[in-house]
Design a protein around this ligand. Sequence first.
Ligand SMILES: *Cc1c(COP(=O)(O)O)cnc(C)c1O
Length: 379
Amino acid sequence: MKIETLCLHSSEKRNEYGCLTTPIYQTSTFVHEGIEDTSKYSYSRLANPTRSHLENLVAKLEGGYSAYAFSSGMAAITTAIKLIKPPAHIIASDDLYGGSIRLFSNDALSYGYEFDFIDTSDLELVKSKIRKDTKAIYIETPSNPLMHVTDISEIAKIAKDNNLLFYVDNTFLTPYYQKPLSLGADVVIHSGTKFLGGHNDALSGFAVVKNSDLDERLAYLYKTVGACLAPFDSFLIERGIKTLPLRMDRISENAKVVALWLRANPKVNRVYYVGFEDNKDYAVTKKQTTGNGGMISFELKESQYVSRILQHVKVFQYAESLGGVESLITFPKKQTHADVPHDILEAKGINDRFLRISVGIENIDDLIEDLKQAFEYEV
Ligand SMILES: *Cc1c(COP(=O)(O)O)cnc(C)c1O
């Protein structure tokens, strides 16, 4: 089955009433007939039918052995990182989601994890950082917010040669455009809050694993940590996934026009977007993905334009988050990446002239008109 169909028809069995959509099983506990009754469900922290349905769907979309649905992306990451036994050295992309950097740099040390943040698109650099106690590689590609692209299958080879667990945060492209497990990753992470859910109305996270050994260990962590997704939110995310391919296609189409418009704008210094053919990573993008997605970052020539633009956009909403049907514009320095140390942000170019856009599914003419009036607004 192709992915567009799978998003709608992953279902094994309908319930006794033949419901077309997955019912919301709003219960914390399940009654047993007797001591011999060891049916699958006992308590909703471990498993709930609405959530299981969603988890099976996401596992199929990613081509994984199993998936676990969490109450947020950060809950998924916090739990899935525990698949690595401390003490451990972990190599991670230096351009990660701000919350992941916060988790990995501040709290991780006290749990026995030591992270090295590097540019993982540089394969030689990755190899040079491997130590005796290195146990994992954790990447985002494209990265947030600089859109660096890391070659997943090349990193997978390095991970395999050195017996490292290989994680890919696939939030930005989703399995519709990129399938890390098929390229050799061991664990795929999602903030389902973003493109999978797609409607800016529910938080969620996923960890998808490639084999039964990882599944067994993650199942144990899942019930132990308890950061599980509620039945109603599971329903919302599954409902969102039904239109994932349609949304991603429209978002990508819109994003390309917005990226080109920004690139041609005299107030803009530089545009970060994976769909430009002159990017240094473009060959890798072509090799491992089937679409460019909706994420664009850009640097303005003058910082004074920032507040003007954020104040005057009407269709784009000035808000933190991404991946929904509504176009959002974000100021990473003050929002998503506010907890990353100032000097690190400056060195990477995430400064007070730097904005990030998540393109939605609006009519493209309205998006461009909106940017035009906000960019040209004079005080
Ligand atoms: C938002 C995000 C996260 C965290 O997910 P939450 O659902 O907000 O907890 C992790 N990784 C990426 C790439 C994200 O964009």
